[in-house]
Design a protein around this ligand. Structure first.
Ligand code: SAM
Length: 224
């Protein structure tokens, strides 16, 4: 799976990619991530990627030409991939809401391009050149980079070879609709704070796997 990120801050995500599961997935070539500095597709000496909105209004908008050129460039590298195996996503606070079901669906793709907006957003004509707009939640971020990383992270952990234990994704929150995870504990069996003792439920120490399974099923959180 290849992720392309079009951004004006190409270094912003580096440290997140240097640690943990994403760095391992990169090293094992389960994923590839290519950041594209949007300013590369500007012509003027200030490498301008934004301008004022027609009709007035607050803030600046990202210009259409550099974005279009960046997309044309990236498309060349994915020419051989079937249309249904690739997507161009504009990150947008008013897009389709990202969730685990979408992460599962998109984990079967081969190539995703993310356009990370900044300023007040992007010239509306970008909609002619994308497949969809995606939001990671009902709030407004300063840019699309974090949203791209949230999506990349949630997809990557579903890809075979990226987690140590493949079963962990089958049994966790949202793997079934509206079902959260069950309570889990690790050592010590008894955790003391002053006089108060916090104990692990005895059934989990019983070694009876059938009863433990049933207990976990009954205690799974229902997500409202
Ligand atoms: N004026 C825009 C609006 O009212 O929706 C907000 C622009 S925001 C300051 C700048 C960029 O951050 C957006 O173009 C988008 O790429 C990204 N962004 C902000 N909130 C987001 C969210 N919830 N999900 C995904 N991307 C978001």
């Amino acid at each position: 799976m290849k992720f392309n990120i079009i951004t004006i801050f190409p270094k912003l995500l580096d440290s997140y990619l240097e640690e943990g599961i994403l760095s391992r997935a990169l090293a094992k070539k389960v994923i590839k991530i290519k950041t594209h500095d949007l300013r590369k597709w500007t012509k003027d000496k200030h490498r301008t990627v934004d301008d004022t909105p027609y009709g007035g209004g607050a803030g600046m908008l990202m210009k259409i030409e550099p974005l279009y050129k960046a997309l044309q460039h990236i498309k060349k590298s994915s020419q051989k991939i079937e249309k249904k195996k690739k997507k161009i996503i504009l990150l947008s606070a008013s897009g389709k809401k990202w969730n685990q079901a979408l992460a599962q669906k998109y984990s079967t793709l081969e190539d995703i391009v993310f356009i990370c907006g900044r300023y007040e957003g992007v010239d509306w004509r970008i909609k002619e050149f994308i497949d969809e707009e995606v939001s990671i939640g009902d709030y407004v971020l300063t840019g699309g980079e974090l949203a791209a990383m949230v999506i990349i992270d949630s997809i990557t952990r579903l890809l075979p070879g990226s987690l140590g234990n493949e079963n962990s994704v089958a049994e966790e929150s949202h793997s079934k609709k509206n079902v959260g995870e069950y309570p889990q504990y690790t050592r010590p069996e008894e955790f003391k704070v002053g006089q108060k003792k916090y104990k692990v439920p005895p059934i989990l120490l019983s070694g009876d796997h059938e009863r433990i399974k049933e207990w976990r099923r009954k205690n799974q959180k229902i997500i409202k």
